[in-house]
Design a protein around this ligand. Structure first.
Ligand SMILES: Cc1cc2nc3c(=O)[nH]c(=O)nc-3n(C[C@H](O)[C@H](O)[C@H](O)COP(=O)(O)OP(=O)(O)OC[C@H]3O[C@@H](n4cnc5c(N)ncnc54)[C@H](O)[C@@H]3O)c2cc1C
Ligand SMILES: NC(=O)c1ccc[n+]([C@@H]2O[C@H](COP(=O)([O-])OP(=O)(O)OC[C@H]3O[C@@H](n4cnc5c(N)ncnc54)[C@H](O)[C@@H]3O)[C@@H](O)[C@H]2O)c1
Length: 493
């Protein structure tokens, strides 16, 4: 007979498992088995909590399935095609580059499936009874009900339901002519033409990849710049470079219309027809169906519970929040960090401790890459000291024929301590890591200039920005540091 209440099995003094009754109870219930939820479960369990991880699908994380990984796989294929096509300046003459779209998509899905399988294996490896396949909604501050009718009570909850693509009705009406990140990686082959609506990281990464794979791509961005780049000159550099590979319209708010053989998009001053549309205008937090009001939480205007970013706790409740659901830092490393903090605090909600939050660090894996770290602004408006390194003329970038863009470093006027960096540059993902780590470590421009810089490297390019900052400080460039231009580097100095 199924017990009316959960029965706990004890092994000595330790909890060893449970026999499920119609209702469920645990110390920490984690709602959503994505990156943030998986981290939260692991973190709470590490603190000795008995956990339940609840998700209606357990399909694998957004990152592995329809996010970071398949998008980078598509970009990798595009890079291979681009490299073969652009070898001419090095004196390399290849034949015509032909892209086998079906083979490209097969590789994307094959490796994607391996990444997803890895996530699913991690669910299998959890202690018995930890995963519960269901959607959950609140019926009170300490209670949820599952869509299979079971009731769930917990001492604390971690909400980690992620985000989803924004799809206004006019775009939904395009039916199967509309692509989002949820559908595009399932395509058997590549379209002839693609209109990408939204010039943020998601839209641009996929737009450039598609263009390099031979798709005729047009990007339509509502604002006056791509990827929200805070500095106007870098935004223009980026726009100019990307415009050599695809058509881009800024300040274009489009109205879509389905026609027999595609989609027509119209905006003030223009129109176009494309085979398909990729919509990438943002990913709002997934809150639907959670009945957050029943949990007694104070909700912000966007419907997300008010929470403390250092504890991830919602008000004074025993409810914590993590990942894209917060609507604040929708990135993989933040989802993982937030899940860990939220899980640890949920394990002992009476003694929550504030955690250090990492410097904001985001990037777009375009070429050139775009990186934003910490406090950034247009160089004309910055209230900090600003140093600039030009990668349009930098030696190593010229060697590789990747010379474009630049790096802005922002520092405290008194000390030269770095507080921000903005890059539109080759190898931006690697330079960005160096700078993010330097900022986290509290490095100043003079101390960084005192580090070894190998020649000829991209890192060396940052020296001119560091010197700019030193020159604005009282003591100038340290007198025992060299100040010379490297061979082939017209910008350094
Ligand atoms: C195309 C694309 C490319 C990206 N590229 C990068 C990148 O290169 N680098 C980077 O850092 N970030 C990238 N991101 C962002 C990154 O993928 C997300 O920040 C991260 O995956 C968010 O993790 P999460 O745990 O918050 O959400 P998810 O992984 O989406 O997990 C949410 C889970 O909640 C479940 N759920 C929803 N509702 C309920 C409910 N009512 N009850 C129970 N469970 C529920 C869902 O089924 C899902 O499993 C990309 C995103 C996209 C879309
Ligand atoms: N490399 C990465 O880390 C990476 C890559 C892809 C996605 N992501 C994450 O996924 C999330 C979603 O990405 P995203 O690029 O969709 O969102 P986003 O909010 O970053 O960018 C959306 C863009 O669409 C524009 N826009 C909004 N409404 C529009 C409209 N009606 N018409 C035309 N343009 C419009 C916005 O001005 C903005 O430039 C991001 O928050 C990002 O953190 C990260």
């Amino acid at each position: 007979m199924t017990p009316r209440h959960p029965v706990y099995v004890l092994d000595g003094n330790h909890f060893a498992g449970r026999i499920m009754g119609p209702d469920l109870h645990c110390d920490v219930a984690i709602i959503g088995a994505g990156t943030a939820g998986i981290s939260a479960e692991r973190s709470a369990r590490r603190q000795g909590a008995q956990t339940l991880l609840i998700d209606p699908h357990f399909a694998g994380t957004v990152c592995a399935r329809i996010g970071c990984m398949p998008s980078k796989l598509l970009i990798a294929a595009a890079q291979a095609a681009h490299g073969a096509r652009t070898a001419g300046p090095f004196g390399i003459r290849g034949g015509e580059v032909r892209v086998d779209g079906a083979a490209v998509m097969r590789r994307v899905r094959a490796l994607r499936d391996e990444f997803v399988a890895g996530v699913k294996d991690s669910f299998e490896a959890l202690p018995d009874g930890t995963t519960v396949k269901a959607a959950a909604h609140f019926t009170g501050p300490n209670y949820m009900t599952l869509d299979d009718g079971r009731r769930l009570s917990a001492r604390a909850f971690v909400l980690a339901t992620g985000s989803h693509p924004a799809v206004p009705d006019a775009f939904a009406a395009l039916g199967d002519r509309l692509e989002t990140n949820q559908t595009i990686f399932e395509r058997e082959t590549l379209p002839e033409s693609l209109a990408v609506v939204g010039g943020g990281p998601l839209g641009l990464e996929l737009a450039q990849a598609m263009a390099r794979l031979g798709v005729e791509v047009t990007v339509l961005e509502a604002s006056d710049r791509l990827a929200g780049i805070a500095d106007r000159q870098l935004a223009t550099n980026f726009y100019d470079r990307l415009s050599t590979e695809m058509t881009i319209h800024l300040k274009a708010e489009v109205t879509p219309r389905r026609v027999d053989d595609g989609v027509v998009l119209e905006w003030a001053g223009g129109s176009l027809k494309a085979e398909r549309v990729l919509l990438a205008i943002g990913r709002p937090p997934s809150l639907e169906g959670l009945h957050l009001a029943a949990a007694g939480l104070t909700l912000k205007e966007n419907g997300v519970p008010d929470y403390d970013p250092r504890t991830l706790r919602c008000g004074k409740s025993a409810i914590f929040i993590a990942g894209d659901m917060t609507g604040e830092r929708p990135l993989l490393h933040e989802a993982s960090a937030e899940g860990t903090i939220a899980g640890a605090n949920a394990a002992d909600p009476d003694h929550t401790a504030p955690s250090h939050r990492l410097v904001p660090f985001s990037m777009a894996f375009t070429h050139p890459g775009v990186v934003s770290i910490g406090e950034v602004a247009d160089r004309a408006d910055a209230r900090t000291v600003v140093g600039y390194a030009d990668f349009g003329t930098q030696g190593r970038a010229r060697v590789e024929n990747l010379n474009v863009g630049g790096a802005l470093l922002y520092a405290e006027p008194q000390t030269g301590r770095l507080i921000g960096a903005l890059l539109v540059a080759p190898m931006a993902e690697h330079l960005g890591h160096l700078l993010a780590w330097a900022i986290e470590a509290g490095e100043t421009a003079p101390t960084l200039l005192d580090r070894p810089f190998y020649h000829p490297t991209y890192e060396e390019g940052l020296k001119s920005a560091l010197r700019d900052i030193c020159q604005a400080l009282e003591n100038g460039v340290p007198k025992d540091r060299d100040d010379w231009d490297r061979p082939g580097d017209h910008s350094d100095g």
